[in-house]
Design a protein around this ligand. Structure first.
Ligand code: HEC
Length: 144
């Protein structure tokens, strides 16, 4: 009986520590399901100027206030966000992310705690899948 009690106490304690770590800002961006990770960006990494220009326009309207014009996460509303966007200019960060991962998060939004809403078709922003791929190509330029 006593042993059981102790185990329960330990379990509660472990649970509380995990919650504490989560609350202290140790946040990680959620990972897309496999079916998305396998997707390839139809625009690849060497899109022409027109594609990048139109994506930049869209980015300025819909994304810049949080992610910043250079993608460093220092947009005008970023200070109010509980969970901050990562610095996408960080060398090696974006290049370690699959196209499908970036596509998925723009399409479906971030984790529940984060204020990165879904932007895909049918949402308030209603950005087409094609335009989301263009955004993926565009944000990759932040790393360079
Ligand atoms: C209200 C602020 C806000 C807006 C507007 C916003 N984002 Fe985000 N974004 C975030 C936050 C916060 C995260 C982190 C999400 C998480 O960890 O769950 C994020 C995550 C991301 C990621 C994943 C980056 C990583 O670290 O792996 C990408 C890509 C992204 N956003 C692109 C965009 C694009 C493109 C737009 C515009 C269509 C946009 N975001 C609009 C706040 C925002």
């Amino acid at each position: 009986m006593k042993k059981k009690h102790m185990l329960l106490t330990l379990a509660v304690f472990a649970f509380l520590s995990v919650s504490l770590v989560a609350a202290s800002g140790n946040h990680t961006v959620p990972i897309a399901p496999d079916e998305y990770l396998k997707m390839e960006n139809p625009y690849g990494s060497d899109a022409d100027e027109d594609v990048l220009k139109s994506a930049e326009k869209l980015y300025k309207r819909k994304c810049k206030k949080c992610h910043g014009s250079k993608g460093d996460g220092k947009g005008s509303s970023a200070a109010d966000l509980e969970i901050k966007p990562n610095d996408l200019t960080e060398p090696g960060y974006l290049s370690s992310q699959k196209d499908g991962q970036l596509y998925w998060i723009i399409l479906k939004g971030g984790s529940e705690e984060a204020e990165m809403e879904a932007f895909g078709p049918g949402t308030d922003a209603n950005i087409s899948e094609d335009d989301i791929w263009k955004l993926v190509t565009y944000i990759r330029t932040f790393e360079k």
